[in-house]
Design a protein around this ligand. Structure first.
Ligand code: ASP
Length: 310
């Protein structure tokens, strides 16, 4: 059996230590830990990397703490429009949805697009109709209501500005969630899910559901899930660029990720981070912001749950 490895994130950004109470911090860590264990347990029991990343992301989507699923931010119209994507590094199959509402676990819908449709990407009404056909249960608005997110929206409601999730510095904190895994057969997978940005214009789509921008997996190189200012991750084609640096320039996972987050992304004005794993089970989780909710576990037992830079 090969080495197994799983990493998850709950967003990167300006997580100023003083703004976080010890109670809040342990709540975040508890949810990260249980999402990590959920996916890791599947890997350990022989399930695929795709199963593991879906399970971990679902657990994060089910928590109001993170900006995905239940905890999704409000759009300029006071609604929730969610984006998600998943990719299987063994087959290079991928599935993505954007602008969906009422769906408890957008990541499962993305997986269904990958496995039960002829397409890669379904958006808006088309994605919702696909969910209806598969008999998805639609939650009402109340399920997604969170007082904290609502107040964030009130701060900038009616203005032209939009901001990244729960920032303490007005415009720099993200809460997107993601997972990457290497299973016991050496197969890789990546999953990413988000509510996007507070007060975003309706119809705005970020990097998270875009294969190659916020999410990518290829057994030859890596599986990667990004978080940060989506527009820059799209322009930098960050997730695919990580894979390219490994494939065409022979960089290690760690060096390639460092080059992207601390050089290429910064050079175009973007901030955020990523989590990535390669087929040897190596994990890297760089970010150029003050913090990134993150956790990882490898088969040699090493487990990490962190928020701030060390
Ligand atoms: N990348 C996400 C987006 O732009 C935001 C985030 O990572 O929190 O939609």
């Amino acid at each position: 059996m090969k080495k197994i490895a799983l990493a998850i994130h709950g967003g990167a950004g300006t997580l100023v230590k003083g703004m976080m109470t010890p109670e809040k911090e342990s709540l975040y860590k508890e949810v990260l830990e249980s999402a990590l264990h959920m996916g890791y347990h599947l890997l350990k029991s022989g399930f695929s990397a795709v199963d593991a990343v879906e399970a971990s992301v679902k657990a994060l989507e089910d928590s109001h703490l993170f900006n995905a699923g239940k905890g999704s931010v409000f759009t300029s119209e006071g609604k929730h429009e969610m984006d998600a994507s998943i990719m299987d590094g063994k087959t290079l199959k991928a599935g993505a949805v954007s602008l969906v509402s009422g769906i408890k676990n957008p990541i499962s819908l993305a997986r269904d697009v990958m496995e039960k449709s002829e397409h890669v990407f379904l958006a808006s009404k088309g994605a919702m109709q696909f969910a209806e056909k598969l008999k998805y249960h639609f939650e009402d608005e109340n399920y997604f209501y969170d007082e904290f997110r609502y107040q964030q929206w009130q701060e900038i409601r009616g203005t032209e500005s939009f901001k990244l999730d729960h920032s303490v510095k007005k415009d720099s904190k993200f809460g997107t969630v993601g997972a990457v895994a290497c299973d016991s057969s050496g197969n890789l997978a990546a999953a990413t899910s988000t509510g996007g940005m507070t007060n975003k214009q309706f119809g705005r789509v970020g990097d998270s559901p875009m294969i190659g921008a916020g999410n990518y997996a290829n057994n030859k190189t890596c599986a990667v899930s990004c978080t940060g200012s989506g527009e820059y991750f799209i322009r930098g084609v960050v997730a695919y660029d990580l894979s390219c640096l490994m494939e065409y320039k022979n960089l290690s996972l760690k060096d390639a990720a460092k080059e992207l987050i601390h050089n290429r992304l910064l050079n175009i004005g973007g901030d955020g981070g990523l989590i990535a794993v390669d087929a040897h089970g190596n994990i890297t989780m760089p970010f150029n912001t003050e913090g990134m909710y993150r956790a990882s576990k490898e088969s040699d037992g090493a487990e990490q749950i962190s928020i701030y830079a060390n």
